[in-house]
Write a protein that binds this ligand. Structure first.
Ligand code: SF4
Length: 369
């Protein structure tokens, strides 16, 4: 039987500075993972670097097919540098002359360099769907720039999804600037993205793992996020809430979502509810009971979980390799940095182990290691 090909979705937050993680994208990630058959990638950062890194990974896979006897991944940084700069001296750093297939590999390297510099990647986009979130209107320029760049990444323009706060407040202006019609408001009904699907995206638990796929650290990352109501009963003329969340929902249960997050991603220190008008809810008592039952009653204590153990377990369970390779490597590196000034011999032992498994750099860290 033919294996059906997996599809790829890329979720992007424009590279602005912000405090809170992109909750909408975290729900979308859960949505696609629940659908099955989709590989989800999250990115926030320089999009050109992202494109180059993707090309480098394909280039190294190509090298592996030609000469397996050398671990080309250990030179990933040098590959990136070459594709980025086209400088001849960076080719020497890759040390292709170690291989008996040197000439073939050099030709391949040139092909992949051209793939980027001649813009061939724009004609052969990688992603079946791309979702871009938007936030404050004062981030207009970078938001429009990101959406326009995202058009180059998606196979069909109709599969570029734009949503979020700015998109809901200025949909017409955004459409004029980008040619993409954004989604206005929340994804609060089933079947919006895929006809016939029964999931309500807005009610799904958040996929916290995606936050570890990127370098950016959100200042308010160690928290459960959520809404226990949506919208507002009033319609003040100056306020965006009636546009963003047009219907008042007086109670959205939380405990199950919190427990799911705790189980898979570890406990979080805070609970951040972003409701607009919780006091208008006729279910206020249920809401308070739910908060207490979720572990945030009076006198509640937070015990920092062992994040390395959780990351390794999630790696073993294949939850999000891109995220948990980064997370585990970062935690081990952090441990080593703390040990270094204190205990000479022990830190040297740790250093030796890290070197042996090539986990002293993220770019050379592999899941098995
Ligand atoms: S959230 Fe506040 S400002 Fe906005 S409509 Fe409700 S009461 Fe008015």
């Amino acid at each position: 039987m033919m294996k059906s090909k997996r599809k790829k979705v890329l979720l992007i937050e424009p590279n602005y500075t912000n405090k809170y993680p992109p909750i909408g994208l975290m729900k979308l990630s859960t949505y696609y993972k629940n659908l099955g058959g989709w590989d989800v990638t999250f990115y926030k950062g320089d999009l050109k670097t992202f494109v180059i890194e993707r090309i480098v990974d394909r280039c190294i896979e190509d090298f592996e097919k030609t000469d397996k006897s050398i671990d080309w991944w250990l030179k990933r940084d040098e590959f990136v540098e070459y594709i980025k700069t086209r400088k001849k001296e960076t080719v020497e750093k890759i040390a292709i002359d170690r291989s008996n297939m040197e000439l073939i590999l050099l030709a391949k390297l040139t092909e992949w360099k051209d793939f980027y510099w001649k813009g061939i990647w724009k004609k052969e986009p990688e992603w079946d769907r791309v979702g871009v979130t938007t936030l404050f209107t004062f981030y207009w320029d970078i938001t429009v720039e990101t959406i326009n760049f995202a058009k180059l990444l998606v196979k069909k323009k109709k599969d570029l999804m734009v949503g979020g706060v700015l998109a809901s407040i200025q949909p017409k202006e955004l459409e004029t600037a980008t040619g993409i019609k954004p989604w206005v408001g929340i994804l609060g009904a089933p079947g919006i993205l895929d006809k016939g699907d029964t999931q309500i995206i807005d009610n799904l638990p958040l996929d916290y793992s995606i936050l570890d796929e990127i370098e950016y650290k959100y200042p308010m990352a160690n928290a459960f996020y959520g809404y226990m109501t949506r919208g507002c009963i009033r319609h003040c003329a100056f306020c965006a809430v009636p546009t963003l969340e047009s219907k008042y929902i007086s109670y959205i249960p939380m405990r199950e979502r919190v427990e799911k997050v705790r189980e898979v991603y570890g406990d979080q220190k805070d609970l951040l509810l972003m409701d607009n008008n919780v006091l208008a809810s006729e279910n206020l008592k249920d809401i308070i009971d739910d908060i207490v039952a979720s572990g945030f009653g009076r006198g509640a204590k937070f015990i920092q979980p062992n994040m390395l153990a959780i990351s390794i377990r999630n790696l073993k369970n294949g939850i999000n390799d891109r995220a948990y390779i980064r997370k585990s490597q970062g935690l081990i590196q952090e441990f080593y940095q703390k040990l270094k000034p204190l205990k000479g011999d022990e830190s040297y032992e740790v250093y030796k182990i890290m070197s042996r498994y090539h986990i002293n750099k993220l770019s050379t860290t592999k899941k098995e290691a």
